[in-house]
Design a protein around this ligand. Structure first.
Ligand SMILES: NC(=O)c1ccc[n+]([C@@H]2O[C@H](COP(=O)([O-])OP(=O)(O)OC[C@H]3O[C@@H](n4cnc5c(N)ncnc54)[C@H](OP(=O)(O)O)[C@@H]3O)[C@@H](O)[C@H]2O)c1
Length: 270
């Protein structure tokens, strides 16, 4: 397993990102965390190793300024955890273009921009890693969360392509796909209030089910532990599921005919 000394984490203020910050600090890693709000880590024994920079990652100027400040402090960074994200829900037919753009802006375009900006710092590390928090929904398209699914599928494609593009720099890019996890993600989901009457009942039923599953999901600490573990692997894969049940689900989704998997998904979320 690799040993890191410096890590950047986006979305470190809550949920999986906050749990990851705790794990990294406990492991003696210096951490710089970016999110719009600053969280209270003052009780942590290694709190002096954490620097939180308030930053909306969708704001190019704020992001550029944050990375500039990091570059003034650090001459290299071992690992970038691009973890910030959120979800929207609603039918495809009634989702406004502005909401689709917002979904992709936070989850995908800002992750790309962050990676671009942090690349000079990563290239100076010995075994650099980029870890993006994707989702099982990036492989298995979830009805009424199609734009969330699409944004996470885009991250998976990004990780696969970057592994080739950055091979000469020995940078490994890993997309980690958690399933349901108990965090503020569920309450922070932006639900589209507009819907066609004919889809109203199935949409409401589906969202209720996904919320129930998330609230009963893995702990943020468990998922964050996996992010840290995969990042430290000497020869990591480009894509990882999190937890045995989701890893089996992802394998089944690849093996079984698409008609069958589509039927199962529509039984679960239709
Ligand atoms: N929870 C699940 O079931 C689940 C499952 C699979 C994947 N994921 C993924 O896991 C990642 C972490 O989510 P979570 O579950 O830990 O939810 P969370 O508790 O809501 O955390 C989301 C984090 O992203 C940050 N963030 C959101 N928009 C941002 C912006 N514009 N600029 C900067 N930071 C921003 C938030 O910080 P501020 O609000 O302070 O900006 C927060 O720290 C996300 O990418 C999510 O898609 C979650």
């Amino acid at each position: 397993m690799l040993i890191f000394t410096r890590a950047i984490v986006t979305g470190g203020s809550s949920g999986i990102g906050a749990a990851l910050v705790n794990i990294l600090l406990r492991a003696g890693v210096e951490v710089i965390a970016l999110s719009r709000t600053v969280a209270d880590f003052s009780g942590h024994e290694q709190a002096e190793n954490l620097w939180q920079i308030p930053c909306d990652i969708t704001n190019e100027e704020q992001l550029a300024a944050a990375v500039e400040r990091i570059s003034e402090k650090w001459d290299y960074c071992d690992v970038l955890f691009s973890n910030a994200g959120f979800g929207i829900s609603g039918t495809v037919v009634s989702t406004e273009k502005s909401q689709m753009i917002k979904q992709f802006d936070v989850n995908f375009f800002s992750a790309v921009s962050l990676i671009q900006k942090c690349l000079p710092l990563l290239r100076k590390a010995k075994k650099p890693r980029i870890v993006v928090t994707s989702s099982v929904a990036g492989e298995i398209s979830i009805p009424y969360q199609s734009f969330y699914s699409a944004s996470k599928a885009s991250l998976n494609m990004l990780a696969l392509a970057l592994n080739t593009e950055l091979a000469s720099d020995e940078i490994k890019v890993i997309a980690v796909m958690p399933g349901d996890c108990q965090t503020g993600f569920t309450d922070n989901r932006e639900k589209n209030p507009e819907t066609w009457a004919c889809y109203e009942r199935s949409e409401a039923r589906s969202i209720k089910k996904m919320e129930k599953d998330e609230r009963a999901g893995y702990s943020a600490e468990f998922v964050a532990g996996r992010l840290f573990r995969y990042a430290r692997k000497k020869r990591p894969k480009a894509l990882y599921g999190v937890g045995l049940s989701y890893r089996l689900l992802l394998v089944a989704y690849k093996i079984f005919p698409i008609r069958l998997t589509g039927w199962v998904v529509s039984k679960m979320y239709g």
